[in-house]
Design a protein around this ligand. Structure first.
Ligand code: DI6
Ligand code: FE
Length: 381
């Protein structure tokens, strides 16, 4: 896997028709032919795990954590995700979309053409649908390709219990989300401060029956066996994974489930337990990298910062980082057929970088930007 390259250096031209690549390294019949002229031509970067849409801020909690409180302490005291939920419920769909737009544009300027965005700060039917509609609208107004994920099972709302809330998520919210075509996948937070693996099983069975992909926040703080079960159920990805054991890695490898590593959250929460990258290599698990952009655990609107941190914190090679934001990120989104590499038939989402060696993107921290960003063959930045 470390030997795979993002793009062979010789491929300097792309032929594009109707937003899709029709030829690489050739100038066949096409509406547009692009010659990279010595610049590095790379697939558009994919930020495959974000919570980019929120309202309010969590600066106060940041200050509490700097004074010694833990993320879990704050969550148990009714802060954390639930404080963002309160702000999101009070915000309109327009306000939500407008506040997320600058964050998306920040990602775009670093060469990110595709962003997954999760709901999960509504936690009731109306507010979850409002978030997903705002996320859909962001795709139209930003020009970035957005991949919406329904994360109704993100936290347990105040005053409710996990079982009955999960029942609402599965039997009320999810059917509405699917019927209105508002999400491509579901996600659930399996953790001792949130949901258990049996909740995940019920959610995934329903999601699969409705044709949605399955993803899970797994093993961020403890190992509850979520990645093993999720992989065995055909999940697209398991994300976080600091506490994953070999059984989880082996199941992911067998199933081809992507491991999405989130160095921004690891950094911001000052974690010390690292995801088991050696096990992922051994079991040939495709590793992806994402920002986890959110107001609580990863206020990091920079995928380039994450690909800089991953070698330092987790020991990823520069090639693994580049694959992590292209080919393997596409897999985490269930979109390998359309995204992640520059091949005929895939979407023409790509960037031109004025660098001799793409691995340099993992070297310098800050100040890097592509010369041009194309999404579906249209120039965007
Ligand atoms: N894990 C995360 O990193 C985010 N959600 C989750 O389940 C954090 C979301 C937040 O704190 O607002
Ligand atoms: Fe997350």
């Amino acid at each position: 896997m470390t030997g795979e390259q993002v793009l062979p250096a010789a491929e300097q031209t792309l032929a594009v028709t109707d937003g899709r690549i029709v030829g690489v390294g050739v100038t066949g019949p096409a509406h547009m032919t692009l010659d990279a002229q010595g610049r590095a031509l790379l697939p558009g970067f994919i930020d495959c795990h974000t919570h980019t849409l929120w309202a309010g801020d969590r600066l106060g909690e940041h200050l509490m954590r700097l004074a010694g409180a833990s993320y879990q302490d704050i969550a148990r005291a009714g802060g954390g995700i639930l404080s963002t939920v309160k702000a999101v419920r009070e915000a309109s769909e327009d306000e939500l979309a407008a506040s997320a737009l600058p964050r998306l544009n920040t990602l775009l300027r670093e060469g990110v053409t595709n962003v997954e965005i999760k709901s999960g700060y509504g936690l009731d039917t109306e507010s979850e649908l409002k978030m997903l509609r705002a996320i859909g609208r962001l795709g139209e107004i930003s020009g970035i390709d957005i991949h919406p994920t329904f994360l109704g099972a993100h936290a347990i709302p105040a005053g409710e219990d996990a079982d009955s809330y999960l029942d609402q998520v599965v039997n009320e919210m999810l059917p509405a989300v699917a019927e209105q075509g508002l999400a491509e996948a579901v996600d659930i937070y399996v953790e001792n401060i949130a949901f258990g693996v049996e909740h995940m099983r019920v959610l995934f069975e329903k999601a699969a029956s409705l044709g949605l992909g399955c993803r899970v926040h797994a093993e961020q703080f403890s190992d509850m066996g979520a990645s093993e079960m999720a992989a065995n159920m055909g999940a697209w990805s398991c994300d976080h994974l600091e506490h994953t054991a070999e059984a989880g890695a082996a199941a992911m490898g067998r199933a081809g489930t992507a491991a999405v590593l989130l160095p921004g959250a690891f950094y911001f929460l000052k974690e010390t337990k690292k995801p088991p990258v050696e096990l992922f290599r051994e079991h040939q698990v495709p590793m992806a990298l994402a920002t986890d952009l959110n107001p609580g655990s990863s206020p990091v609107a920079s995928l380039l910062t994450c690909i800089h941190m991953a070698p330092v914190f987790f020991g990823l090679t520069p090639n693994e980082c580049l694959l992590g934001v292209t080919r393997h990120a596409a897999r985490a989104l269930g979109r390998s057929a359309d995204l992640g590499t520059l091949e005929a038939g895939k979407l023409a989402n790509f960037c031109l970088w004025d660098i001799a060696d793409p691995r340099a993107l993992t070297y310098q921290l800050g100040g890097l930007a592509p010369e041009a960003v194309y999404i579906r063959g249209q120039r965007h930045a």
